[in-house]
Design a protein around this ligand. Structure first.
Ligand SMILES: [Ca+2]
Ligand SMILES: [Ca+2]
Length: 220
């Protein structure tokens, strides 16, 4: 099902991605290559969603936004015995002839996840959002238009969400941070991705990010 949406709003959120977005850091998974002494067995991809880009300073008439991306994550088991050595873990994790946007696990719902800044503002991803496919993106626009403007359909690779009137342009222009939790309960176990800009992060999310290994201690 696809909610009604004003194409102009999508354009406002998407148009300036390449020029103005700030790359998120610290959350990208890294797949280790197999060693020569062991054969690699790659477990199919699991849900890994990261903050991909943020726009804290929008162009005139635009609004802050954050883009989430579901990346492919592979766990590699090392066995002493042979098997065909995988040379490309991501490719090996993908079944033959499948599409890159095909969901690979059933735990891909982001419903109830929370995305927030360093000032205690948090947006809860709606239950109506479809499961996010591999390679799929979720664009959260902090524009106050509310869920009536949401696009939950990933058929074009991206769902577009709109915050309510109480969560407009929450990203400070000079310095702020963005945290993505997989629950309304916030701790190092539920923190999925984190980034900060303009200065050192602060508060509980910063502590959680360091504990979770998503941000260096004392990193700014
Ligand atoms: Ca801003
Ligand atoms: Ca803020």
């Amino acid at each position: 099902m696809k909610a009604r949406i004003n194409p102009t709003l999508i354009l406002t959120c998407v148009l300036f991605t390449a020029l103005l977005a700030v790359n998120a850091a610290g959350a990208a998974p890294t797949a280790r290559p197999p060693t020569q002494a062991a054969a690699a067995v790659v477990v199919p991809a699991l849900l890994t969603v990261r903050i991909n880009e943020v726009l804290p300073i929008p162009p005139s008439g635009g609004h802050d936004w954050v883009e989430l991306l579901r990346v492919r994550s592979a766990y590699t088991l090392y066995q002493p015995i042979a098997g065909k050595r995988a040379t490309n873990l991501e490719a090996a994790a993908q079944p033959p002839n499948s599409q890159s946007t095909t969901p690979q696990s059933t735990d891909s719902s982001l419903s109830g996840w929370q995305l927030g800044d360093g000032d205690g503002h948090f947006y809860t991803l709606p239950a109506a959002l479809q499961p996010i496919p591999l390679g799929g993106r979720v664009l959260v626009c902090f524009n106050g238009l509310g869920p009536a403007a949401d696009d939950y359909d990933f058929s074009d690779g991206v769902a577009v969400l709109h915050t309510g009137i109480g969560l407009v342009d929450i990203l400070d222009n000079d310095a702020d941070q963005v945290a993505l939790y997989a629950s309304i309960s916030h701790n190092s176990q539920t923190l999925r991705s984190f980034m900060a800009y303009g200065g050192p992060p602060t508060g509980q999310a910063a502590t959680d990010a360091v504990t979770a290994g998503l941000w260096p201690p004392g990193g700014g």
